[in-house]
Design a protein around this ligand. Structure first.
Ligand code: UDP
Ligand code: MG
Length: 307
């Protein structure tokens, strides 16, 4: 029988894991695949590791990897994919926001419709602060315009993949990982399944607004160099404006004399152009800092314990 590995990144999920495990077991009981659970404990500060040890004792099909500290969900997903050996892999959150009931029909689509991957997206953002939804929509719009990978609004990391696709993702060993982009970048035929947003069963979300904002900047820098082009274009535009202004001032001084009038406008121009310069150096700095981290070649995660 073919094997399905269920990869679950967990950070402080002591309450959610038992509920997740029961729900997933129930939902997958008729699936004609050998199931294997691979929990990735991403340096949790609560009793997650104890819960996992206990589960792994009781059930042979439960495995876990435990990190030496919190490396972030991206690292946890990468570790899960790397350490998995199933013919199929599904990634899902521990909080049951990704409904396991969808998995059997995802498998059907792979077998009967010939897809390599079935991915999910939320059709609504119920229960989310409106400001967060607004920024999320702006982010997807920017990504759509500037990045060359296809990213679907509301896409979740919850997806069912064939081994070939998982191997392709594992070959992308970049340090600054942005999975939503990586999944699109590797290609393969993907079917999108919409579902309604759900509340997490227990515990709290790990994403503050600021963390999400940082994550979106990471995504833009990882999948597009368009901001660098913008910076150059803005630079050229400013040179042109400055040149025109010079001619204007020169002619005006020749006709009307009075060379010292107009210092308030001068002060405005200086601060404005200085701001634009800093903004553009900031953009360049962002790319350099990412390249710096990439060049160091540090490991994406460090395993402390596994079973
Ligand atoms: N997660 C993780 N490492 C982190 C943050 C989150 O492994 O540093 C896991 C978390 O345990 C959960 C999943 O990523 O299984 C999604 O996190 P969460 O539910 O907090 O995000 P949200 O659903 O609110 O976007
Ligand atoms: Mg969640």
């Amino acid at each position: 029988m073919e094997k399905l590995t269920i990869v679950v990144p967990c950070y402080n999920e002591e309450e959610a894991i038992p509920l997740f495990y029961e729900a997933a077991k129930e939902a997958l009981k008729d699936l004609p695949l050998t199931k294997e659970y691979l929990f990735v404990n991403d340096g949790s500060r609560d009793k997650t590791i104890e819960v996992l040890r206990k589960l792994a004792e009781e059930d042979e099909s439960v495995h876990y990897i435990s990190f030496s500290r919190n490396f972030g969900k991206e690292s946890a997903m990468y570790a899960g994919l790397k350490e998995s050996d199933g013919d199929y892999v599904v990634i899902m959150d521990a909080d049951l926001q990704d409904p396991p009931e969808l998995i059997p029909s995802m498998y059907e689509s792979i077998i009967n419709e010939g897809f390599d991957c079935v991915a999910t997206r939320r059709v609504d953002r119920k229960g989310e602060p409106p400001i967060r939804s607004l920024f999320a929509n702006i982010f997807y719009l920017i990504m759509h315009v500037i990045a060359k990978v296809d990213m679907v609004p509301g896409a979740r990391d919850f997806r069912f993949m064939k081994r070939t696709m998982v191997d392709a993702i594992c070959d992308m060993g970049e340090y600054n990982r942005f999975s939503k982009g990586i999944f699109g970048w590797v290609g393969f035929d993907t079917k999108w399944v919409p579902f309604e947003n759900r509340k997490r069963v227990a515990g709290k979300t790990k994403w503050s607004f600021f963390k999400l904002f940082q994550y979106s900047i990471e995504g833009i820098v990882a999948f597009s160099t368009t901001p660098l082009v913008w910076a150059s274009i803005i630079g050229v535009a400013f040179c042109v404006i400055a040149f025109l202004a010079l001619i204007f001032l020169f002619v005006r001084a020749l006709i009307f004399g009075d060379p010292v009038s107009g210092w308030p406008s001068l002060a405005c121009m200086i601060t404005f152009s200085a701001g634009i310069q800093l903004f553009c150096s900031g953009i360049i700095g962002l790319y350099i800092s990412k390249a710096y981290l990439e060049v160091k070649g540090r490991p994406i995660y460090i395993v402390k314990e596994k079973k």
